[in-house]
Design a protein around this ligand. Structure first.
Ligand SMILES: C[S@@+](CC[C@H](N)C(=O)[O-])C[C@H]1O[C@@H](n2cnc3c(N)ncnc32)[C@H](O)[C@@H]1O
Length: 276
């Protein structure tokens, strides 16, 4: 991925998500046509079948037509996976990815009533409380977009009282130890180093913010969040496009459920196609 423009456009006093914005826009902007072509390969993989199964099961689990947010939707790789959906908002900060999302992969299988594509940074957008029944985000928290207590708070607020949230992040345990050591040293220098060092690292880097988490770190973030229940699994990704592991998290809003509802929720998690 190209890093052109990063060292000059990057404001190091800005929050982490903002420091990555130009990098992501430029990088995904250049990649968008190839990314869309890669969708055709990705949908044939076991990895995609797994995610499709989860999205189908979650979206079909409501007893009403639903409103869905695909956060960081890119080229719309997962639009054909949701069921029972009256309206879907596909949000992404990269305009070129959204242009490609107008003709998503397996378009003939898309069964959504209305799709709105919205160009915005997820950290800066606002939706009314309870605007969505289901929010999912796949691949967005992998690179340059760190998951934070603040964004979890927003997702929780934007969900209906029985809303569900499904997302993934890169699992740090799936990254080779040499690479992890390099990234660790780099992020230490980035945090404590003087501005010229940070600028140098930005200019050389293809990863402005390290987003990979361990299962414990993600669980700690989720426990701190307002989500009532969550499950995390670590999934291998053996696609020809990427090898590694993702942590997948399914969170249930379900404001203050009576204790007697808990077994029903466990049954729901168990009914999903993989071991949530
Ligand atoms: C790896 S791609 C994943 C796209 C799609 N979800 C998929 O799985 O094919 C990550 C996408 O997230 C978008 N993205 C990253 N950070 C974002 C942010 N802070 N706000 C909105 N979109 C963001 C990028 O522009 C990119 O299109």
């Amino acid at each position: 991925m190209q890093t052109a423009g990063l060292s000059t456009d990057c404001d190091l006093r800005a929050p982490a998500y903002k420091q990555s914005e130009n990098f992501l826009k430029t990088g995904y902007g250049k990649q968008a046509p190839q990314y869309r072509l890669d969708d055709e390969i990705e949908v044939t993989t076991e990895h995609h079948r797994h995610l499709r199964g989860v999205l189908e099961a979650l979206s079909a689990s409501f007893d009403r037509p639903i409103r869905v947010l695909d956060a960081g939707c890119g080229t719309g790789r997962y639009f054909h996976c949701v069921r029972n959906t009256a309206e879907l908002v596909g949000l992404d900060l990269c305009p070129e990815m959204l242009v490609a999302a107008r003709s998503p992969v397996l378009a003939h299988q898309v069964s959504i009533g209305k799709i709105s594509l919205l160009c915005a940074n997820i950290f800066e957008i606002s939706f009314p409380d309870g605007a969505f029944d289901f929010i999912y985000s796949l691949g967005m928290f992998a690179l340059g977009c760190p998951i934070s207590p603040g964004i979890l708070q927003n997702f929780h607020r934007w969900l209906a009282p029985d809303g569900r949230f499904f997302f993934n992040v890169t699992d740090r345990s799936g990254i080779a130890w040499q690479k992890r050591l390099r990234r660790g040293i780099r992020s230490l220098f980035y945090r404590v180093g003087p501005q010229p060092v940070k600028k140098l690292l930005d200019a050389r880097s293809s990863h402005p913010v390290n987003c990979a988490l361990t299962r414990c770190e993600l669980a700690a973030l989720m426990r701190e969040s307002a989500f009532d229940r969550f499950r995390i699994i670590s999934q291998p990704c053996l696609s020809p496009l990427w090898h590694g592991r993702h942590l997948e998290c399914l969170a249930w809003k379900h404001d203050l459920p009576p204790r007697s509802d808990r077994p029903r929720q466990n049954k729901f998690f168990r009914s999903l196609p993989v071991g949530f």
